[in-house]
Design a binder for this molecule. Structure first.
Ligand code: R5P
Length: 286
């Protein structure tokens, strides 16, 4: 599929087998973005843009989509392996913007279909609640389970909070391995406390902490501390790693593996094949 590939995703685009369109993006001295699409635009076109650091990308993304449309695109598919703003899904305090809904409504005006991997669905149960376009949600559970199967002997799968049960149980079932879910209390962006049941029945197991997103790293850091376990691996889908999160987690274990939805040094699980299969899937064709 002909695709506008945002910076940082060139290797992923190549591995998926996408055909990059030539375009350019730069910033004027005043930090406004300039977008120019140079290749001829086919009727069906994709955009590959993972939406970490979203506030730097949303205007360029919309400018790309609108320009593709003006130049003749009839169907635009946005592949955003990481979907932004999904954790701001309610009015936590009076007057809060509900950013997941705002972003969903915005992007629905500019593209026709969205493909993403493990969006953080918590209070929102389906992307249909925030998008008015069709969408395809892929899950990395199978890839994480395959990684554990081939790299870790005698795993105990641990989820850091109640929300994690949806992927932890699924992975544990695929491996026929035990799992434990910890309890998390969050009182601020970087204030998290975690309690976990006694893990002494699992002595001899290798603890595999699994989460969908690592952002500040506090959730996984506190969960790792709570396990008090010497053999530990951290697996996550989306390597947001804000500020010093990576260093924080490296202080616990060198075994940190993520999926390449966001380019990061920890990427050890490749989603290219899963996306490649999808681009030939008739369900997302016009
Ligand atoms: C939220 O519940 C998610 O599943 C993650 O646990 C959370 O986003 C991780 O955030 P942080 O790394 O900032 O603790």
């Amino acid at each position: 599929m002909h695709t506008i590939v945002f910076k940082g995703h060139e290797q992923l685009a190549k591995d998926i087998g996408l055909i990059p369109l030539i375009w350019e993006q730069f910033q004027f001295p005043d930090h406004e973005s300039h977008i120019r699409i140079i290749s001829p635009v086919p009727k069906e076109v994709a955009i590959l843009c993972s939406l970490h650091h979203p506030d730097y990308k949303i205007f360029p993304l919309i400018a790309v989509a609108q320009t593709l449309r003006r130049l003749g695109a009839e169907r635009i598919i946005l592949t955003a392996p990481y979907l932004c703003y999904m954790r701001q899904d309610k009015e936590f305090n009076i007057g809060d913007a509900i950013s997941s809904h705002i972003f969903g409504q915005l992007i629905s005006q500019y593209v026709d279909h969205l493909i993403t991997i493990d969006p953080h669905l918590h209070r929102i149960k389906s992307l249909d609640e925030i998008l008015t376009i069709s969408n395809t949600v892929l899950h990395a559970n199978g890839l994480l389970a395959d990684y554990i199967k081939t790299h870790i002997v005698n795993p105990l799968i641990v989820g850091p909070d109640a929300e994690s049960i949806q992927w932890v149980r699924c992975i544990a079932e695929q491996l026929n391995a035990p799992y434990v879910i910890a309890q998390k209390t969050r009182t601020g962006d970087k204030n998290v406390s975690i309690t976990i049941e006694d893990l002494s029945p699992y002595t001899g197991c290798h603890v595999v902490l699994v989460d969908d997103v690592i952002s500040s790293g506090q959730t996984i850091y506190k969960a790792a501390k709570a396990t008090e376990h010497p053999n530990l691996t951290i697996l996550a889908v989306h390597a947001v790693f804000a500020d010093n999160a990576y260093d924080l987690l490296r202080s616990i274990t060198p075994n940190i593996i993520t999926v390449n939805t966001i380019p990061h040094i920890t990427n050890g699980i490749d989603l290219a094949l899963m996306l490649k299969e999808l681009t030939t899937d008739k369900r997302i064709q016009p």
